[in-house]
Design a protein around this ligand. Sequence first.
Ligand SMILES: Cc1cc2nc3c(=O)[nH]c(=O)nc-3n(C[C@H](O)[C@H](O)[C@H](O)COP(=O)(O)O)c2cc1C
Length: 180
Amino acid sequence: MSLSDLIKTRVSQKSYIEKKVDLDMLEELLDVSVFAPNHKMREPWNFVIIEGEQKQLLKSRYLEKLPEDQKEDASKKLSKIFVAPVVIAFIMPLSLDYDDEIEDLQANAMLVQNFLLLANEKGLSTHVKTPLFIKTDLFKDVLDIEENELVTCLVMVGYADQRNNPKRRTPAKELIRYYK
Ligand SMILES: Cc1cc2nc3c(=O)[nH]c(=O)nc-3n(C[C@H](O)[C@H](O)[C@H](O)COP(=O)(O)O)c2cc1C
């Protein structure tokens, strides 16, 4: 598929078949994704892959530490995400400098898009998720990441049970103006 087609056919996927995802292949895709632009080569990223039984382990570790009245909602949200055979947490070290941090977030977004397109090329479907709980100390603790790191997103990965049509976009022609 051409790059244009890979961009245009990438769609968010909510439901997946049970087919296993090859983890070596995923690692290779991430290894290509890291060629994203990033300022001063800070390479502001690392990844936590959650798959198979580890999804349930993470979920129960998280839920057991949550206050009772938050468990049900959190359980539903995590279950929706963990229907994917693999979930990748994209992690970014926080910076003391606000401008650096914005750049690092941009670099992360570019890396994630690289990954989504490479996954699409391999016939894998994906869905970027940013539930509010990924920013909490409790979730970070359960995920075993550092205090000074941020989960920028969770990406669901797997084989789709059905292909979705891409959503319509406003043509760029309607958004472009030439500076006069
Ligand atoms: C940074 C970011 C965060 C997102 N967070 C969520 C989310 O929390 N829940 C969700 O259902 N979709 C989330 N999405 C997916 C978008 O809703 C989706 O990309 C958008 O509707 C366009 O659809 P498409 O991906 O099929 O083209 C997120 C996308 C991005 C880029």
